[in-house]
Design a protein around this ligand. Structure first.
Ligand code: ADP
Ligand code: MG
Length: 250
């Protein structure tokens, strides 16, 4: 394997998960280098969401190794502990507080960060305002800070939810189908937004939209029946006959 365990943000080796005898993950191995952004594609039922479930501790693997930052055995931690370690997860459905402003949503997310809460009050306030401004800029919501979250577009709500995850300063961000339901413009902007985030964190993004995946311009892993079918540049995996057969050609 090109990337060693010690140089990795995320390391999965031989991970299997069965549901009633059906192997949702089947000897899955995948290594994410420090600071890398990776796109995951593959047909419905390939195991993409289950992979995120085992990384975040929502589902226990039947077997296999999962290490974070080279030495932290994620299979020995529960969901809350894994979040605390700096692994943030964005689900498909946004769960923002609709009756609060964009700004207040971000402030609420920031206040639940223990490291921020631990600092002195006035410093926390100055620091948190600066951080909220940064997050507003990253999430393209600077002009909407005073709007109620409920009146944002679907795409903007997704960005706000990503912003709320950024308030926790994740080292690794997992994003499942962010472009679903977005307009073409929002989808294109989401690729840029994730690239901005990837300058400071490792990112794993599952997405079906091939234009979006091309915009990300990162290494792609194709999952099929719970294991890796192909890995490489989008052009390389798109030319792979097995990938065309099971996924792209359909
Ligand atoms: P993807 O995200 O690639 O579409 P999933 O990881 O959601 O695929 O699902 C992989 C397979 O595992 C599917 O056949 C799905 O029905 C099954 N599966 C996922 N989670 C569960 C669960 N909690 N119980 C039973 N089967 C599940
Ligand atoms: Mg899924």
């Amino acid at each position: 394997m090109a990337v060693e365990l010690t140089d990795s943000t995320l390391y999965l080796d031989g991970v299997s998960v069965s549901f009633d005898g059906f192997k949702a993950l089947n000897d899955l191995s995948l290594v994410l280098a420090k600071g890398e952004m990776r796109a995951i594609i593959g047909p419905n039922g390939a195991g993409k969401t289950t992979m995120m479930d085992v990384i975040t501790g929502k589902t226990r693997p039947d077997k296999g190794d999962i290490f974070f930052e080279g030495s932290i055995d994620l299979t020995r931690h529960d969901e809350a502990a894994i979040a605390e370690l700096g692994i943030g997860r964005k689900f498909q459905k946004p769960t923002v507080f609709e009756t609060q402003t964009v700004y207040d949503n971000l402030e609420l997310a920031l206040k639940s960060d223990r490291s921020v809460r631990a600092t002195l009050f006035w410093r926390r306030n100055t620091q948190s305002m600066a951080r909220i401004d940064e997050i507003l800029a990253i999430t393209r919501l600077g002009d909407h800070a005073d709007m109620l979250a409920g009146s944002l577009s679907h795409g903007q709500k997704q960005w706000l939810e990503i912003g709320m995850l950024l308030a926790q300063e994740p080292k690794l961000l997992l994003v499942d189908e962010p472009a679903a339901g977005m307009t073409d413009d929002e989808t294109a902007e989401t690729a840029k937004l994730l690239k901005d985030i990837a300058e400071n964190a490792a990112v794993v993004v599952v997405e079906h939209d091939m234009t979006f995946v091309r915009d990300l311009d990162v290494r792609v892993t194709v999952l099929h029946e719970g294991s890796v079918l192909a890995e490489g540049s989008l052009d390389a995996v798109s030319a792979n006959e097995r990938v065309i057969e099971v996924y792209l050609g359909r």
